[in-house]
Design a protein around this ligand. Structure first.
Ligand SMILES: Nc1nc2c(c(=O)[nH]1)N[C@H]1C(S)=C(S)[C@@H](COP(=O)(O)O)O[C@H]1N2
Ligand SMILES: [Mo]
Length: 377
């Protein structure tokens, strides 16, 4: 008999007041309905598409905290630039697009990538390894635009304000992030309206976003509506409440900024539909992947391990200072069940750890990927 209880469980079992949310906690084991729903909204890269130098637009990972705002495709969008500047100004899209155009291939990764692999895990977007993608971003550099505005010497932070709005941790706010002028200058941060040669898709920030090469994705504010120069450190929710490395929730923490060195492989062989376990045939297997180090530092070495025995892969030069490098390795697979791992080292000697470093919210987990493969005769 179909019971009433089944009907109730099939609905959302948890109702919480957004302005009075229960404390989020660390979890072991199965993923909750809320985590699963977030995972649908914010999809990751299909790891087999690591074969592409530049990720096809529709396959680029997505992370949107609130709703994707509806912005009609017209030329009515404006960017308001104000605060402590000599010449406050509102730009139309046409005025922005008339500025010097530059394209840069940039690997973007979410700071929460790998969160689901930190034990116990923080309740949030449950990324495993797939929150990464590389796009050819087109737009204009931010630093010269700020120079034209005449930013006052007293300015400490440049605030990038979006128009997507929601509630997190009981606090209602618009998505906003800040950088110092020096950070904007040294990263070569861009104001972007093109992705792989086409206008931004709504979910990637149409019509205008920021892209900060080498930094985790949270800095690359989508649907950019306003740039404001202030003489105090910005205290917005997305700047100080979250995106901090913390040993325990409530610590002051350290701001999350640059990507950490990391590599991923396209899992070799063929998958089992439900478990995603891999099956490969014994003999030569080409293992292909990507590696990056967000600080603009080249990847020097990628190693692959079969059950803990490491070999060097061939690493190709990156197609941009802030883009990932392709690597490949010829594996002579013999029958049995094995675990593959890959590990990148950059030119400054930064290397991926085997086990995740502890972070309370699961930020910056760049531990080596593990792929289980069943090799058959
Ligand atoms: N306005 C706005 N910008 C945003 C976000 C957001 O929720 N709202 N998410 C940020 C985060 S956390 C990431 S990882 C990147 C993801 O960019 P993408 O969805 O284009 O891949 O956008 C950033 N910019
Ligand atoms: Mo993110």
């Amino acid at each position: 008999m179909r019971s009433l209880i089944n009907t109730v469980i099939a609905r959302n079992p948890v109702m919480t007041d957004p302005f009075n949310p229960p404390e989020r906690t660390h979890q072991h084991g199965d993923f909750s309905r809320m985590e699963t729903r977030l995972a649908h909204r914010n999809h990751g890269l299909l790891l087999e598409l690591l074969q592409h130098d530049v990720t096809p637009v529709g396959a680029h990972y997505l992370l949107t905290h609130f709703d994707v705002p509806y912005i009609a495709p017209s030329d009515a969008w404006t960017l308001q630039c104000d605060g402590l500047v000599d010449r406050p100004r509102t730009f139309s899209m046409a005025e922005l697009m008339a500025r010097p155009y530059e394209e840069e291939v940039v690997t973007l990764e979410c700071a929460g990538n790998g969160r689901a692999l930190v034990e116990p895990r923080w309740q949030s977007q449950p990324w495993h390894e797939e929150a990464v993608g590389t796009a050819r971003w087109g737009g204009t550099r931010l630093a010269p635009l700020l120079a034209e505005l005449g930013v006052a010497d007293a300015v400490e932070d440049v605030v990038f304000e979006s128009c997507d709005w929601g509630i997190d941790g009981g606090v209602e706010h618009v998505f906003a992030r800040s950088m110092t002028r020096e950070q904007i200058q040294t990263t070569g941060a861009l104001l972007v309206w093109q992705m792989n040669g086409q206008p931004l898709l709504p979910q990637h920030g149409f019509p205008l976003r920021v892209v900060v090469p080498g930094w985790y994705g949270m800095a690359s504010v989508k649907w950019l509506a306003r740039i404001s120069c202030i003489d105090t450190p910005f205290q917005g929710y997305q700047q100080v409440q979250t995106y901090r490395y913390r040993q325990a929730a409530g610590d002051e923490g350290i701001p999350v900024q640059q990507l950490k060195v990391r590599s991923l492989m396209a899992p070799p062989g063929i998958p089992d539909w439900y478990s995603r376990e891999r099956v490969a045939r014994a003999g030569p297997v080409e293992v292909v992947g990507r590696a990056w180090s967000g600080r603009g530092v080249p990847i020097e070495r990628v190693e692959v391990a079969v059950d803990g025995e490491w070999s060097d892969a061939d690493v190709q030069p990156a197609i941009g200072r802030y883009a990932w490098s392709k690597w490949q390795w010829s594996w002579q697979a013999s029958p049995g069940h094995v675990e593959l791992m890959c590990r990148a080292t950059d030119a400054e000697g930064q290397q991926q750890p085997i086990e995740p470093a502890w972070d309370a919210a699961g930020f910056g987990n760049n531990a080596c990927q593990r792929v289980s493969v069943w090799v058959r005769e």
